[in-house]
Design a binder for this molecule. Structure first.
Ligand SMILES: Nc1ncnc2c1ncn2[C@@H]1O[C@H](COP(=O)(O)OP(=O)(O)OP(=O)(O)O)[C@@H](O)[C@H]1O
Ligand SMILES: O=P(O)(O)OC[C@H]1O[C@H](OP(=O)(O)OP(=O)(O)O)[C@H](O)[C@@H]1O
Ligand SMILES: [Mg+2]
Length: 285
């Protein structure tokens, strides 16, 4: 049977969320902690557990058809590999930082300076764009310690909460790019694999939509209905059903997870009560 080969990070920050999103797509994978390869039981998919940093090359070579990978790694190593879905987890940015006590006015301050990084291509492209030449030191981990041990004047690495920079007395001075986990596709994937990919994307989109929204139910006196409904978004429009008690209705709708607190505040003021907020498992728009 034709399958789609998907690369997932073997261990690290992306592993758990990658496997969870596949599971939420209804794909059951035999647990492959110690295996390098596992098959899905109910979907034509094989999972390859690989190092994040190696995945762009596997995509280029067509060893795997698709991958769940940090966009930052793809940009660093995988020019020309198309991204078909942004997956909404492992959000971070790639930034340049310098010691807190150093005066920094612009990127020109890095002319001739030593920058330690695991992202040489990304930094080089950025510096070239700005017409600045620096001396790059490529290191694979614990980059933020470099200025403290006299190895570099600046670093370029991943920043998320900023706590690693803070602990190492560094300040973020340039943001080169924003990143999140993405679904990337090998330029060598065949027609059969693209067909399976479309099935997977349909499922992923319904999972991602569901994660971004909440199902909200509330009760309201009929005289407040119009005012409340005007405040509510919905997939098409809110559902209104009569309650057993006359003069009251139940209103059901879908609200984006980033907006529902604000909307709930407003509808409460208009007389809504008994408000329930529920997760949605799948959402097909
Ligand atoms: N602090 C962070 N917060 C959010 N996302 C992050 C953070 N650090 C890394 N990431 C994202 O997760 C990806 C994997 O990071 P992780 O540190 O697990 O792997 P790695 O050590 O770079 O890779 P490898 O699998 O090759 O050993 C990164 O490429 C980036 O996209
Ligand atoms: O802004 P923060 O929230 O502190 O996150 C940023 C840190 O997270 C990553 O390291 P990780 O913990 O993955 O360790 P690693 O260097 O061993 O990959 C990254 O390399 C930074 O050092
Ligand atoms: Mg890391």
């Amino acid at each position: 049977m034709e399958t789609i080969k998907v690369a997932v990070q073997k261990s690290g920050r992306l592993n758990e969320d990658s496997l969870r999103i596949l599971k939420d797509c209804g794909i059951s994978i035999d647990n492959g902690r110690d295996q390098l390869r596992a098959s899905a039981r109910n979907f034509p998919m094989e999972v390859f557990y690989l190092r994040n940093g190696d995945i762009p090359q596997y995509l280029k070579d067509g060893v795997v058809d698709i991958a769940i990978i940090g966009e930052n790694v793809l940009i660093e190593k995988g020019a020309d590999i198309p991204v078909v879905e942004k997956l909404g987890f492992s959000r971070c940015r790639v930034s340049i930082a310098v010691p807190k006590n150093v005066e920094y006015n612009s990127i020109n301050d890095l002319e001739g300076k030593r920058i330690a990084t695991s992202y040489p291509n990304t930094v080089l492209q950025y510096l070239n764009q700005k017409g600045v030449t620096s001396d790059l030191h490529i290191i694979n981990g614990s980059v933020e310690i470099a200025p403290n041990i006299g190895l570099a004047d600046a670093v370029c690495d991943i920043v998320s909460s900023g706590s690693t920079l803070f602990k190492n007395n560094l300040k973020e001075v340039e943001v080169l790019l924003q990143s999140e986990a993405v679904l990337a596709v090998s330029p060598k994937a065949g027609a059969k694999q693209h067909k399976i990919l479309e099935q997977l994307r349909f499922r992923l989109q319904s999972v991602l939509e569901a994660r971004n929204n909440r199902y909200v139910l509330m009760n309201a006196p009929n005289e407040s209905l119009e005012a409340i409904i005007s405040l509510l978004p919905g997939m098409r429009s809110p559902t209104v059903l009569p309650l057993a008690e006359s003069g009251w209705s139940s209103i059901h709708t879908v609200i984006n997870k980033d907006r529902f607190w604000e909307v709930l505040d407003q509808v409460k003021k208009e007389g809504a009560e008994g408000i329930l907020v529920c997760p949605i498992e799948k959402m097909i728009v």
